[in-house]
Design a protein around this ligand. Structure first.
Ligand code: FES
Length: 111
């Protein structure tokens, strides 16, 4: 009985570990793509982070200030993201759980 419960707990824990608790969206529409969004998307996709899914998305309505990257459910919009900034987002926000105010879009994060 205890063995079955332990097995069930371990299977459930393994399932939860693989469930994405954060989603990273990288705009791949016109102006963001022109500004290097494909390389930014590749940077996020290359590093497999537990509990984080990475997806390309359409225009986020912030054209001209991209590449735009959104981290959900934190609802943080990063702007003018380069490959180097993507690495900072990975290390600080996704792995360190600390948002980076200096890289957030000023229109959506005015403070
Ligand atoms: S093209 Fe990326 S926000 Fe519009």
């Amino acid at each position: 009985m205890l063995g079955n419960t332990l097995d069930l707990y371990q299977k459930t824990a393994a399932t939860l570990d693989s469930f994405p608790i954060r989603q990273v969206l990288v705009c791949q529409h016109r102006t963001c793509t022109k500004d290097g969004a494909a390389k930014v998307l590749t940077t996020f996709q290359q590093l497999k982070i537990a509990n984080v899914s990475v997806e390309a998305c359409g225009c986020l309505g912030l054209c001209g200030s991209g590449p735009i990257v959104v981290v959900l459910p934190d609802n943080v919009y990063y702007w003018r993201v380069t490959q180097k900034k993507a690495q900072a987002i990975i290390a600080t926000h996704l792995l360190g759980n600390l948002e980076i105010p200096s890289m957030m879009h000023p229109r959506l994060h005015p403070n």
